[in-house]
Design a protein around this ligand. Structure first.
Ligand SMILES: Nc1ncnc2c1ncn2[C@@H]1O[C@H](COP(=O)(O)OP(=O)(O)OP(=O)(O)O)[C@@H](O)[C@H]1O
Ligand SMILES: [Mg+2]
Length: 392
């Protein structure tokens, strides 16, 4: 089988060229030798050349200029200049501007030359491999960018859809609710016991649907950054005390205690009071909803970083397994059968997470199955300039 040409050698001295032929006679590749640079370029265009060796001083072209032409045609090919002592300056310049990989001094030592050529062949393979990897990475990146753009578009469409549908549902729902309320108030005539029972059931479901729509709208607005937080520096303690007072009635109805163990005053921090109301209502509401015995305590936890305050809501409920703890803060996540018995839509914690994170804080749960749960969050004590969003 014919050996492939991998090296071209250009020199005006035929005895140098035949020395090259002898040197590489036993190799697995062929060396093409010529005294004519145009012929060398023709072979370069046709063959899969890895190295080009060129003499510096020749009658019709000098080596550096010839290698520059090689570089322009095939930039990956390793270019080497054969020089005498007097040409060293030209060779150095050529290396510095990147036209030449290395140079071979005349007269050369055969072993050294073979080692240099073998290094140059490896260098060529590496350069080609690198280029392939680089091109593959760029292609992958482009694919990823296209995919990313598609996903973003889909996400935008989905958000827009959710928000529009929810808005559109609100109006007919309000009309159903007022009609049911009107009939229930007996303004339109007396009702028998069954009619009151059925209408009350309808009213409960309408209310539930209303809450769900509001939650979805809330969450979509928070996620898209459309909700502007109304930030003021205040003490969280009275807000917590107020939510505790309201929810205490519910807790007592279930035979549960609900206490807070907070200092008289907490450090003043920046927060949106309505949004923090929502957070405490859901966390305390959840604790009451899922606890059968014992009760709930709200307290101010220790936190290593004094730039934050930490608040915890601890219950004596069923506890949450480690697997479930990760899912809880995602939308529509409700765990186990307990939930189907107590109602809710599974958006509460996702909303809490958005609200806390928009304040620059973090929320998490610490729990063991059978040993209750403690939901904790931290909030920064200083304002995050420009971080609270703009309303459209
Ligand atoms: N204190 C808790 N103890 C045990 N499980 C809890 C507790 N709080 C939340 N969970 C679990 O996490 C799920 C998600 O809570 P989340 O507040 O998001 O939704 P929800 O209370 O079911 O409905 P929503 O709050 O939207 O009315 C709950 O359904 C419940 O399975
Ligand atoms: Mg909830």
């Amino acid at each position: 089988m014919d050996k492939q040409i991998a090296i071209i050698a250009l020199d005006d001295e035929p005895n140098i060229l035949s020395a090259f032929q002898r040197l590489f006679f036993n190799e697995s590749f062929q060396i093409f030798t010529t005294t004519d640079y145009k012929q060398a370029l023709e072979v370069l265009d046709k063959e899969n050349i890895k190295i080009v060796l060129s003499d510096q001083r020749m009658p019709d072209i000098d080596g550096v200029d010839f290698l520059k032409m090689v570089k322009e045609r095939k930039p990956d090919v390793v270019r080497m200049l054969i020089t005498g002592h007097t040409d060293i300056k030209a060779a150095e310049d050529a290396i510095n501007v990147g036209q030449v990989y290395s140079f071979i001094n005349k007269p050369w030592n055969t072993d050294e030359l073979k080692a240099t050529i073998s290094r140059a062949l490896k260098h060529y393979d590496l350069v080609v491999e690198n280029r392939k990897l680089f091109e593959a990475t760029i292609a992958k990146n482009e694919d990823l960018e296209i995919l990313n753009r598609k996903l973003k578009n889909m996400y935008e469409v989905q958000k827009e859809f959710t928000s529009t549908v929810s808005h559109e549902l609100r109006t007919p729902l309000a009309s159903i609710k007022s009609t049911v309320d009107l009939v229930l108030s007996k303004t339109a005539g007396e009702l028998n016991e069954d009619q009151v029972k059925f209408l009350s059931k309808a009213k409960n479901n309408v209310d539930r649907l209303g809450r769900l729509i509001n939650d979805i709208l809330d969450l979509t607005k928070l996620e898209s950054g459309k909700t502007k937080l109304n930030i003021e520096f205040n003490d969280l303690q009275p807000l917590i005390a107020e939510v505790v007072d309201i929810q205490k009635i519910l807790a007592q109805e279930k035979g549960l205690f609900l206490d807070h163990q907070l200092p008289e005053k907490l450090v003043k921090i920046p927060f949106d009071a309505d949004k923090m109301h929502q957070v405490f209502n859901n966390l305390i509401g959840n604790a009451i909803k899922f606890t059968k015995e014992g009760g709930i305590t709200v307290f101010c936890g220790d936190y290593t970083d004094s730039n934050y305050i930490k608040i915890c809501i601890k219950d004596t409920g069923p506890g949450i397994s480690p697997d479930d703890q990760d899912k809880l803060f995602h939308k529509f996540q409700q765990l186990g059968e307990s939930t189907s018995q107590v109602g809710g839509t599974g958006l509460g914690l996702a909303i809490c997470k958005e609200i806390i994170e928009r304040h620059g804080g973090k929320i998490w749960v610490e729990s063991k199955v059978g040993q209750g749960s403690t939901f904790c969050f931290i909030l920064p004590v200083t304002e995050r300039r420009g971080a609270y969003g703009k309303e459209e």
